[in-house]
Ligand binder design. Structure first.
Ligand code: DAT
Ligand code: MG
Length: 149
């Protein structure tokens, strides 16, 4: 089953939105595989955002993601990457659809609450960056067959 890395960024933690954000993925039917509450190091942040290294907003992005604790999670499901991206909404919250996390809770691109992997290939790398194989739980959920046929 496809897996995706999700982060509740420091603004989500500070604003008391951890539960609301996790609830969106849970209600959607994605299945929780791993979760931890961490303060990201500068090294981890720079590795995670390495693709953006040449962008003008790179430094502020690293500052933001390391400015306080985050909740890191792995969620699984058929097309989990695309499903999670849709639930998160567009990168700029002003353009994010109402009903998406960013569309309901955020106002600015630099405070957009959540990270979600953008492709299955990147998801594999990001999941491995944050979690060891032992930290990822394989489990049977009684509702599985009511969510995916
Ligand atoms: P996403 O988080 O939707 O995958 P991304 O990977 O393109 O978006 O960018 C990573 C983060 O960088 C994004 O969540 C917010 C920030 N960012 C992206 N584009 C930006 C821009 N033009 N100005 C400021 N911050 C930006
Ligand atoms: Mg991205």
């Amino acid at each position: 089953m496809e897996q995706t890395l999700i982060l509740v960024k420091p603004d989500g933690v500070q604003r008391g939105l951890i539960g609301a954000i996790i609830g969106r993925f849970e209600q959607r039917g994605l299945k929780l595989v791993a979760m931890k509450f961490i303060q990201m190091s500068r090294t981890l942040a720079e590795t995670h955002y390495a693709v953006h290294k040449e962008r003008p907003f790179y430094n502020s992005l690293v500052e933001y993601i390391t400015s306080g604790p985050v909740v890191a999670m792995v969620w699984a499901g058929k097309d989990a990457v695309a499903a999670a991206r849709a639930t998160i909404g567009a990168t700029n919250p002003v353009a994010a659809a109402p009903g998406s996390i960013r569309g309901d809770f955020a106002m600015e691109i630099g405070r957009n609450l959540v990270h979600g992997s953008d492709s299955p290939e990147n998801a594999v790398n990001e999941v491995n960056l944050f979690f060891t194989p032992e930290e990822r739980v394989t489990w049977n959920r009684l509702t599985d067959s009511w969510i995916q046929e």
